[in-house]
Structure formats: C-alpha cells, structure tokens
Design a protein around this ligand. Sequence first.
Ligand code: F6P
Length: 470
Amino acid sequence: MLDKDTRLVVISNRVAVPKARGAAGAQGGLAGALNAALTQTGGLWFGWSGEEHPDPAVEPKVGVYDGVTMATIDLLPQDVEEYYNGYANSTLWPLFHYRIDLTAYERDFAMGYERVNERFAVSVAPLIKPDDVIWVHDYHLIPLGERLRERGFKNRMGFFLHIPWPPTRLFVSLPYHERLVRTMLSYDLVGFQCGEWLESFLHYCRKELGANVDEQTGRIDLDGQTTIARAYPIGIDYDHFMAQGVTGEARQTAQRVLSSTRRRTAMIGVDRLDYSKGLPERLDGIGRFFDRFPERVDDLVFIQIAPPSREDIGSYQQIRALLEQKTGQINGARSKIDIVPIRYVNQGHTTAQLFGCYHACKIGLVTPLRDGMNLVAKEYVAAQDPEDPGVLILSMFAGAAQQLDAALLVNPHSPDDIASNIRLALEMDRAERKERWEQLIVTVRDDNVQRWTENFTGDLATVGRLVGGG
Ligand code: F6P
C-alpha cells in the first residue's frame, strides 16, 4: 500500500474520462480497473484522449474528476494508424495472444510505436513530481519507462501487462525483441496477470538476454540493473459491481431476459468482438451441442453480447463477418417459428445491464483462446444468486482459470469439449452448483481490484527492500 502522501501517476493508452465511465461498451476491463484503483488512491491518470488531431498539442488537457486528475493528449492520424492500429494491435496484440498467423511485422508500425511512446514521455514529464510513484499499463507503452529514465526520472516506476506474455519461441519472431524487453527492465517492478505469463517472461530474460534470474523471487539482474517481476491477478471492483446489481436497471434487465426466454435456460457470453475471445470456436461448440441434442433447442438459448472493437483493423472486420455467418447458419438450421437458439447482440451495455444479464443466465460461457485474465468470468460469478447459482464454463487458457478452478474448465478449441460441458452445466444439480460457486465467490470477492492495486503499489513502494537494497 502506498502511504497517503505519495501520489500515484497512472499512465495507460486510454483514460476513462467521465463521459465514458459506467458505459461498458467495448472499453475492456483495464479502464474500469484503473478507475477503481485511482478512486482508491487519488492521483493523476495520463493517456490518449482517443481523438485524432492534425496538429495535436504537446500539453495535455487536464480535468479533475472525483479527486482524480485526468490528463489527455490527442494523436496525429498517422500515429493512431501506426501505433494503435499498427504496432499495438496488429503486432503485439496478436503475437502476445499466440496468433503469429495474424501478426504484422511492419517497420512503420514499430517506428510509430517508438514515436508515440516518446510523445507520451514529452507530454507527461512536466506533470511528474520527484516523489510520485509511476505505474505504466499495458503493451501500448512498454518503452515509456525507458523514455522517462532517459529524461532523468528516478521515481519508483512499475509496469503491468494486462495481456498474456507469449512463450519464448513465439516471442523471438518479433524483430528487435531484445530491445523491447530491455526497455521493460527500466522499471523497478513488472507485473503479470498469472504465473504462466510470468514464467514465460523470466524464461526469455534468462535464455535470450542472459540475465541472472531468480525464479523464486522474480528478481532479474542484467547489466547492473535490477527488476522484480511478479504475478498480480487482477480482480473486479466487487463492491461497485454489487451495488450496480441492486439498481432498477439491473433488475429490469434480468426481468427482460427471463420473460423473453420463458422456460428455456439462458446461457450468456460477453466479449469485445476480438479473435482472441474464441467466438467462432464457441459457436462451433454450440452448433455441436445442437447437432448432438437437437431436441434441446427447446430448452437452451444462447445470448452473445459482442460490442465491436478496433474496427479499422482487417482481422477484426473478418472475425465480425465470420460470426455473422456462423450465427446465421446455426439459427437458420435450428430455429423454429417461435424459437431462435442464438441472440447475437453487437451493442455495449452498462455495468448494471450486464449484471442483470449475468444474473438471469444459468450458464456463463467464457471461452477465450488466450486471455491475460478475463474479468467477465469473475463478474458472472459475482452476479449469481447464492441460493441458486449458475454454472461458469471457463477456458483453460484464460489467466482466470488459474484462480477459478472450481468452474467447468474447457478446451476452447474443441467443439466436443464445449458441447459436453454445456450438457454437464445444464444437468448439474443445485447442490453441486452451490458447492462450486461457494469456492469461486471467495476468490472473486476477496481478490478484488482494490487488493490488486494495494499489492502492486505496495510492492512498488518497497521495491528497494524487495531487491535486498534496504
Ligand atoms: O486489456 C487489454 C486492452 O487492450 C486494454 O488495454 C484496453 O483498455 C482494452 O483491451 C480495450 O481495447 P481498446 O482500448 O483497444 O479498445
């Protein structure tokens, strides 16, 4: 935990300025988590406004909202193309999600990435005070710490990666991979969502950089510099989420789901429309379930909420088209005049509405092919009725599976495995559902976003002691 006089400076690609707050949409878990973290500690949040400008100002626009100072800059259209759509989301994102087949290795993208990280450093530097603790987030901004160190900043500096870290044999396909990882060692503390991503990172540092790595403590020594790397599983803002659950909006949404599904069991998926989320594979699993049990179309309805994301990128346009095709095929083959097995919804929903949907659905289907953590799985558990909870079906390849092992764990690539687990979930008796849920809820409630913030910032504040330096 940071002492109350220390200011936390959070830097991330996006900043959840109030107009975007509360609107779930396609914002993903990071914005909500950082919002909760900063509301807890106060401080400064710096990032991109999400806007393009032909001649963007270097000085950020600053506003104070609920004790949190938010400072944003606009970016040049070319920078958005090469940094955000390019290196961040067409190079690092697919590679880190093990999709080497979708990874673009374009030099212009790498240059745009360097340029925007430099621009972030130039714009945020005047806002940083000597005693601030700096916490940089996610793959968009890996080199930022080094850019700040070059400007003489000696502050405690931490970095957290919200997505997986790939195995070394995949990662080395990235040109200049060594340079990227060396910039990560400018931070005092580097955090990952789970042990698997941490292990891959430590393996890379030992094998490719020849660093001295202590697997037990996560201490990495290279060229006289020491960094600590650890796993800090992120959680949900449990109290805030539960408070949304007792609103009229949540209740009405639950009622809408229940009255429109009548005696059928509702099963839900909620994901940004992203190829890492395993959506076509999930539909194949559902298709397989109806192939095997065609009569069950009378008792099961699947609701997939999938707000579009990163729509300027070709691979995202392709996945959207594929989902429309697969949904159409299953609905065409299995619908009856009064029954449609899949409801496919491309709109974002508020947190209260999502709570209502989760609450009304007796199965939560969360099957990413790879995911840093996956907070939908945790929200689904939190929204259940303790006396009659639903069943969580969770991909074994989500970071969350390492904590939520009382869920039904599935291989998201296997339609048969998905189909079999849907059947198990539909037939699970209340006693087993309760037993599993009671295990899951302890993690979801206790390992919440506040604990994540305290653990990371607490370690960052005492990092000198962690490395044995007093
Ligand atoms: O957690 C991964 C992440 O890229 C976050 O950094 C981001 O807030 C979220 O997914 C949504 O992505 P985007 O900002 O590209 O819409």
